[in-house]
Design a protein around this ligand. Structure first.
Ligand code: UTP
Length: 293
């Protein structure tokens, strides 16, 4: 039987964003901008390009900024139309027409697993994807689209994975896995370790913020015993899922930026700005002349 189609994408966006304080005191981290687009919009566009029609954003405090961003803005659109600013009008209008967006709330940031669980009723009994908005993947074929194609092949949960060399691996969930003979991009996952020391890492395949999950994951999250601070971790639930179903890692093609970290955010800004037709050439010239010691 062909696997069910992926129609729904969950965006956990209820974290405190402490690494960006004070910027994130009143603005959600997911609304910070790379060049001229908030982080969450990059992710929503990627999910839509992968065929998702329902976007579920898990918010905490300050959801108004996100709601307003994806809503229509008649006054702004009227003003832009009156000034003949058609291109800007189109860009503003397009954001509000991207997809059906549903908001659900996580009252307290009790971990990524808990945030995903908040979407249980809206997702229902079908496979779905999860995108962490602070991981930005710049790719010719959108990362989630590549993953949906892999899901169509396997019918199993898929975790996007990147090879990380050296001690930096300790910041990630790391896969214990073997190559899948069907497709060099697929990894047969046997286990995973959260933030291991370099010497304890089972491989150099780190999990990044893109997942396709079967609905069984909700049962697994509900059965977790909360860890430190009452948190429910998604990787613990995926580990439990492995006892029931196959799970694959997936080497996507593209460049990921960790925009949830200040240095990663700066690198993402420069990288995306250089690619822009309207800004890139002038920005490149300016960078070349910048007096780096
Ligand atoms: P992060 O750990 O990167 O986000 O979680 P954070 O906790 O907001 O950031 P810092 O570490 O304090 O700076 C990855 C994603 O998961 C969401 C976050 O909003 C972010 O998009 N998240 C995390 C939740 O929605 N709920 C949680 O309980 C935890």
């Amino acid at each position: 039987m062909a696997p069910k189609k992926i129609r729904k994408a969950v965006f956990p966006a209820a974290g405190l964003g402490t690494r960006f304080l004070p910027a994130t005191k009143a603005i959600p981290k997911e609304m910070l901008c790379l060049v001229d687009k908030p982080l969450i919009q990059y992710g929503v566009e990627e999910a839509v390009a992968a065929g998702c029609t329902e976007i579920i954003i898990v918010t905490g405090r300050d959801k108004a900024a996100m709601e307003d961003h994806f809503d229509s803005s008649p006054e702004l659109e009227y003003a832009l139309a009156a000034k003949g600013k058609q291109k800007l009008l189109d860009s503003v209008h397009a954001v509000s027409k991207l997809a059906k967006i549903i908001y659900t709330r996580q009252a307290e940031p009790l971990g990524l697993g808990h945030a995903v669980l908040m979407a249980k009723e809206i997702v229902g009994d079908e496979p779905f994807c999860v995108l962490l908005p602070d991981d930005i993947v710049d790719a010719a074929v959108p990362c989630m689209k590549q993953m949906v194609e892999a899901f169509e092949q396997t019918g199993s949960s898929i975790l996007a994975s990147e090879v990380i060399e050296g001690p930096a691996i300790s910041a990630y969930g790391v896969l214990d896995c073997a190559p899948d003979p069907r497709d060099p991009r697929l990894l047969d996952v046997k286990g995973m370790v959260e933030k291991p020391k370099l010497e304890d890492a089972p491989s150099n395949n780190a999990i990044i913020g893109r997942y396709i999950l079967t609905p069984k994951i909700f049962e697994m999250i509900e059965q977790l015993t909360p860890g430190a601070g009452g948190e429910l971790q998604l990787t613990d639930a995926i580990k439990a899922l492995l006892q029931h179903e196959k799970v694959y890692g997936f080497h996507y093609e593209g460049k990921r930026h960790d925009a949830g970290d200040k240095l990663g955010f700066l690198k993402a800004t420069v990288s995306l700005a250089l690619k822009r037709q309207d800004l890139g050439p002038e920005f490149r010239e300016w960078l070349k002349s910048f007096p780096i010691q």
